[in-house]
Design a protein around this ligand. Structure first.
Ligand code: ZN
Length: 196
């Protein structure tokens, strides 16, 4: 598949946010169109692996009765419970060597961002990563929070527009505007830079 992954270079990393069963069709918190991004993500994984670019995959990994769950007064139906089938990565995702970022494990608060108390920024520095290409779920929640925190931590963030889907279309559009305004580059997979 031709596309922007030819621009992957040394100093880059690929970040896949929460591509887990519960966020895909038939899951507890299914995001519309989530399954459609998997082939595109695979093409990015393949390109990264070929160039020796590190691949990071985050996962929501909640304890039972997590504070983000509705029965506990949170916003979301229970999802991605640690060790459950729903917390597994999408079965079609072809991960080679990758590093997992596990988040949402705390009893006292949720963590939308892959940078939120995970030590991820330190690992990126160790790996010599300065720029992250990002895809995954969901655009207006964990992808948004991760991109904003990545910028804040001093990394260049490039969001692959077709490699993500929102929970809500309206919030997704707003998230794109806010990320671009904060300095993220929104990439159209086939066209190049969309918004800067
Ligand atoms: Zn969650």
């Amino acid at each position: 598949m031709a596309g922007q992954h030819e621009k992957l270079q040394k100093g880059d990393g690929l970040l896949l946010v929460d591509v887990q069963r519960d966020f895909c069709a038939g899951g507890k918190l299914a995001v519309e169109g989530a399954d459609e991004i998997v082939p595109l993500l695979n093409s990015w994984i393949e390109a990264a692996a070929a160039k020796g670019i590190p691949v990071y995959a985050s996962r929501d990994w909640h304890p039972l009765r997590h504070p983000s769950f509705q029965p506990q007064g949170g916003k979301w139906p229970p999802h991605c419970i640690a060790d459950s089938d729903g917390a597994r990565f999408h079965p079609g995702l072809r991960l080679p060597e990758w590093l997992a970022i596990t988040k949402g494990v705390r009893f006292d608060q949720d963590q939308y961002s892959v940078f939120d108390q995970t030590g991820f920024a330190v690992q990126l520095l160790r790996d010599g990563v300065k720029r992250l290409w990002v895809g995954g779920l969901a655009l207006d929640v964990c992808v948004f929070a991760s991109v904003m925190d990545g910028l804040q931590a001093g990394f260049a963030m490039q969001l692959i527009r077709q490699a993500t889907r929102p929970v809500s279309r309206k919030d997704g559009d707003e998230a794109l505007r806010m990320m671009a305004r904060a300095g993220a580059v929104i990439i159209d997979h086939s066209q190049g830079v969309e918004q800067k």
